[in-house]
Design a protein. Structure first.
Length: 351
């Protein structure tokens, strides 16, 4: 007898191949069937079966089972019947509820199912529950199909629906499609995606496309950048030309320096004030004043007009300034260069 074997060749209770009963009644029937298969393959007698079966249950269950009819007499058939009688509903095997199905469907719908492997995992969990519920008249086959469809995410439903519409000539959305047809269509569309994702040729072609796309985007960005740079340069040149034109216009429109002209007008006025209107120098100053400031010259008598009139002393001038700081233009107490009236008049004339 090997170390991994128990009595009469049965596996050790700690072996991974050994049957084990945890006390859940829905697992009891499966446990008994597995034990009987192992016992028959190892040629155990009824007495050996009764002695070996209690080795694969917990201590509490063992103390209970040894008191049941059939154990003392080593009648395994009677012992098995006594065990099933103490667990109501255990003879039906694994037990499911509609709540179990609803929980599975809700979790699957929120799982983001999108591959064949995920679809098959959902199917593996779905089939045992719905088979039991249909066989025990808990749900109808139509409701089973509807549950399977509702367990698919919205994106998967859309993809599978298109496949069913192409595949089935009598496909109708008035009632849920049979879950076997949905499974077949789902495996087709998702297996196609899985092939494209894992196929080396497809991956290589996608890589080439991505490189070309990246190169195209880079060239477009560079061209766009150059276009923007050229546009910016053009705008800078336009702004520069506009700036030159603006400065030129302002330079041409700017009047001569009023301060120098006012100084010359004041200087001429002072000279004319000390000269006789009959003097040739007075005529020269007056002529120059007419050229510089005609409006200011109008305040002085014309040399020709003075020669035609009666002679008068140089003290009888038409303009008598008030003090040393009297303006020669308006007569107020300020210098001629500071006269506001003459400045405004000069700017209007020259502009």
């Amino acid at each position: 007898m090997s170390a991994s074997k128990g009595i009469s060749g049965m596996p050790s209770p700690t072996s991974g191949k050994a049957p084990h009963f945890t006390g859940v009644k829905t697992e009891l029937l499966d446990f008994l069937e597995l034990f009987e298969d192992l016992a028959s393959s190892n040629g155990l007698t009824d007495e050996e079966k009764c002695k070996n079966i209690i080795r694969y249950v917990n201590q509490c269950t063992k103390r209970f089972w040894v008191l049941l009819p059939g154990y003392i007499s080593r009648d395994f058939a009677d012992f098995k019947k006594s065990i099933l009688a103490k667990y109501p509903g255990a003879e039906k095997g694994t037990h499911y509820t509609c709540r179990d199905l609803e929980r599975l469907v809700a979790n699957s719908a929120d799982s983001g199912l999108s591959t064949e492997t995920e679809l098959m995992e959902y199917y593996y969990d779905f089939l045992p529950i719905t088979t039991w519920l249909v066989n025990n008249k808990k749900i109808s086959e139509t409701l089973r199909d509807q549950y399977f469809w509702e367990g698919l995410p919205a994106s998967a439903q859309t993809t599978i629906d298109r496949r069913l519409e192409l595949k089935l000539p009598d496909y109708s959305r008035d009632e849920p499609p049979a879950f076997e047809k949905v499974l077949e269509a789902g495996r087709f569309v998702f297996a196609d995606n899985a092939f494209n994702a894992d196929n080396p040729l497809t991956a290589c072609l996608k890589a080439i496309c991505n490189e070309e796309r990246s190169a195209t985007n880079t060239w477009d960005k560079q061209r766009s950048s150059r276009t923007r740079d050229d546009s910016d340069d053009s705008e800078d040149e336009k702004d520069a030309r506009q700036e030159v034109r603006t400065k030129t216009v302002r330079f041409n429109a700017q009047p001569p320096n009023p301060k120098s002209a006012m100084d010359e007008v004041e200087e001429l006025a002072r000279k004319m004030h000390s000269l006789d209107i009959r003097d040739v120098a007075y005529s020269g100053c007056y002529t120059r004043l007419v050229c510089l400031a005609p409006a200011a010259a109008n305040t002085w008598p014309s040399p020709r007009a003075c020669q035609q009139g009666p002679p008068h002393a140089s003290g009888n001038r038409p303009y008598a300034p008030q003090g040393d700081f009297s303006c020669f233009f308006c007569g107020l107490a300020h210098l001629l260069r500071n006269c506001p009236h003459l400045s405004v008049l000069w700017y209007c004339i020259t502009c």
